[in-house]
Design a protein. Structure first.
Length: 140
């Protein structure tokens, strides 16, 4: 049953995670200490190796979780672990922001903040499906 609401939430989380490769999370002036000059940089996921790996993992795990509909408990566990990875990804973005003299958040940051929200909505929908199946099993 791929046509459940959590499939939409997981697909949106995967798409927003993949958008981090093209859209910048923040942009700002980075100070080059060798020449003492500032350069304008738009920081995307592809500019930091660990953020890149984590963004790919979030997108792939979200897509894989869509097809785990037969085992809802495992699906919920995978989505919960992906949610923790999404919060870690946000923390890494903010840590990378400290290396800039001046910086401001961009449109891509809204997408990055929406990923854990979509994953939490998917967990809630998976939990509701599990409750519905258990109540139907009691009636039989």
């Amino acid at each position: 049953m791929i046509q459940r609401i959590q499939s939409i939430w997981l697909l949106l989380a995967a798409a927003f995670s993949a958008s981090g490769f093209g859209l910048s999370f923040f942009s700002g002036n980075q100070l080059d200490e060798a020449t003492n000059t500032k350069t304008w940089v738009e920081f995307t996921a592809s500019q930091h190796l660990f953020i890149l790996i984590l963004s790919v993992a979030i997108a792939v795990a979200s897509l894989v979780a869509i097809f785990m509909y037969k085992d809802r408990k495992r699906q919920m566990l995978v989505v919960f672990a992906t949610t923790i990875a999404a919060f870690l990804n946000i923390a890494l973005y903010y840590n990378a922001r400290s290396g800039f003299a001046e910086s401001k958040l961009d449109l891509g940051s809204l997408f990055t903040f929406a990923i854990p929200l979509f994953l939490l909505l998917a967990i809630r929908s998976i939990y509701n499906d599990e409750k519905l199946v258990k109540s139907a099993d009691r009636l039989r």
